[in-house]
Design a protein around this ligand. Structure first.
Ligand code: IDP
Length: 151
């Protein structure tokens, strides 16, 4: 076995990327996919779906008790979403760099949230995209959103 190939395989990760309802409403799906592909990542699975409360409660299990959780549920169900499994070297961190920080007002221009996110006064934050925060969470979230994916 070629040691360089072995190392490369070890660094390859997968993450769950989601275009949230505001990204779909703003017709940014193509632009977001373009940025993922331009960075050199592979989209290995993709689908559009209406998220339901059961799925979102599992996905955001750590946030269920937060005051903003009801608003987050409503936001995530106000249109369909586009879910993707994205693969590449260090993609968990790299996709979050492309996304920008959680709060769109603070997100760096040039990032997806910095460019397309909106902090709606008196309403919940709309920050366009989701990305898993660790490789372990990525595997958990991929199983949840893509139970049909066999690898
Ligand atoms: P992340 O999406 O940047 O990883 P998390 O802290 O995991 O951020 O929160 C998940 C999602 O919950 C955020 O993307 C955002 O939609 C929502 N959220 C998080 N914190 C707040 C808040 O303080 N107010 C309103 N919505 C929030």
């Amino acid at each position: 076995i070629d040691i360089m190939n072995w190392r490369k395989i070890e660094m390859t990760e997968r993450t769950l990327a989601i275009v949230k309802p505001d990204g779909v409403n703003q017709k940014k799906v193509g632009e977001i996919i373009r940025r993922i592909e331009r960075k050199g990542y592979d989209i290995i699975a993709i689908k559009m779906l209406q998220a339901d409360e059961k799925l979102l409660r599992q996905h955001y299990a750590e946030l269920v008790g937060r005051p903003f959780f009801p608003g987050l549920l409503k936001y995530m169900m106000e249109n369909e979403v586009v879910a993707m499994v994205v693969e590449g070297d260090n993609v968990v961190k790299g996709w979050r760099t492309l996304m920008g920080t959680t709060n769109p007002t603070e997100a760096t221009p040039g990032t997806i949230r910095g460019d397309f996110g909106r902090d709606w006064p008196g309403d919940e934050v709309r920050n366009v995209v989701h990305g898993s925060d660790t490789p372990e969470n990525a595997e958990r979230e991929i199983k949840l959103w893509f139970p049909e994916l066999k690898r």
